[in-house]
Ligand binder design. Structure first.
Ligand code: 2NL
Length: 344
């Protein structure tokens, strides 16, 4: 029996030595140390032994078991360490490789210009207000004192959705709606940025859809000099402190008196050049004192209240500031064009 146990130990240790996987090792363990294994069998036959031999065989059997168990553990650890090594080797990363470029987006130049203009007017106490792009004939035309025979009211010049509804041709209806909500109580001091639509053939300076910002200040005692001061401050903030404005008489149905506002040319400083067509001035805004009929229709007492209003095309402000020569660049969204505004 002693010989048999030593034989079994040799066999088991050799088989473990040859084992090449955790599964192999476990099979050997079950084969030798399992309940139906040869060592258990030897122990069962111990009854036939003498009282003298029994403890010796028992002790050896335990030693054999312990040796096999120790080898099983040693081999398993070896295997697991090797597996971990292999995994680490296969997952090795080179931290010195250059990283992947992070693609940064950018605000659209028109968005950047709108936000810049908004910030200037917020600094002057105005609130930013928005409204619907599909408007009723009333808010788009009637409330702004446009006579029924005005060209803009022609089916040919505006995008009508029904007989009575159209895509707004200016953002003034937002202002008319806001005045109405104030129930004849001032002040109303707002700017309204947004998309507007006119039936037009697109070219370098025209688009059937463009961005407008209008401003409105209604309160007791608002005067033309307030308009001039606000626009002068705005233009200097937007274009630069060295620029000046001048007002020329004009006409709009919704303002009386009405003016066109020019900014001094930033290229030639008034000397005359190609950009300002030799005049030294560039037209940038339309403005005026809100027509009393417009105030009354929106619920304000024109004997008590007065106001000024102005309107500007955002594309024109962007063209002038960034030296862009074609308004269509804003809508075709060529990534090479847009990329140039990453720092704007
Ligand atoms: C332009 C410049 C302008 C206004 C817009 C306005 C709005 C209300 C009342 C009175 Cl609610 N006026 N807006 C005023 C003057 C000019 O836009 O060139 N428009 C054709």
């Amino acid at each position: 029996m002693i010989d048999r146990l030593q034989e079994l130990r040799e066999e088991a240790l050799q088989e473990l030595e040859k084992a090449s996987s955790v599964k192999d090792i476990d099979e050997v363990r079950v084969k030798y140390l399992g309940k139906k294994g040869p060592i258990t069998e030897v122990l069962r036959g111990m009854g036939k032994l003498s009282a003298e031999e029994r403890p010796k065989v028992g002790q050896l059997a335990n030693e054999v078991r312990e040796d096999i168990q120790a080898k099983v553990e040693e081999k398993t650890e070896e295997m697991e360490a090797a597996a971990l090594e292999a995994q680490l080797a296969s997952e090795r990363i080179d931290v010195t490789l250059p990283g992947r470029e992070v693609k940064r987006g950018a605000r659209h130049p028109l968005t950047a210009v709108i936000e810049e203009i908004e910030d200037i007017f917020i600094g002057l106490g105005f609130q930013v207000t928005e409204g619907p792009e599909v408007e009723t004939d009333y808010y788009n035309f009637e409330a702004l004192n446009l006579p029924p025979d005005h060209p803009a009211r022609d089916m040919q010049d505006s995008f009508y959705v029904t007989d009575d509804m159209l895509l707004r041709t200016q953002t003034s209806p937002v202002q008319a709606r806001t005045m109405e909500k104030h129930n004849g109580v001032g002040p109303v001091k707002i700017i309204c940025p947004g998309k507007v639509y006119r039936r037009d053939d697109d070219d370098a300076t025209h688009s059937h859809q463009f961005m407008q910002i209008e401003g409105l200040y209604v309160d007791k005692g608002v005067r033309m000099s307030d308009l001039k001061g606000i626009l002068n401050t705005f233009v200097k903030n937007y274009f630069g402190a060295e620029r000046n404005i001048r007002l020329r008489p004009s006409f709009f149905p919704f303002t009386e008196p009405s003016v066109e506002v020019d900014v001094s040319c930033g290229i030639c400083a008034g000397e005359g050049c190609r950009v300002c067509k030799q005049s030294g001035w560039i037209e940038v805004l339309g403005a005026g004192m809100v027509h009393p009929r417009v105030l009354e229709m929106s619920g304000f007492d024109a004997k008590e209240y007065s106001g000024f209003a102005f309107g500007m095309g955002v594309e024109r402000f962007a063209l002038l500031k960034y030296g862009i020569d074609d308004i269509r660049h804003f809508y075709t969204n060529d990534i090479r064009f847009l990329d140039q505004f990453k720092r704007v």
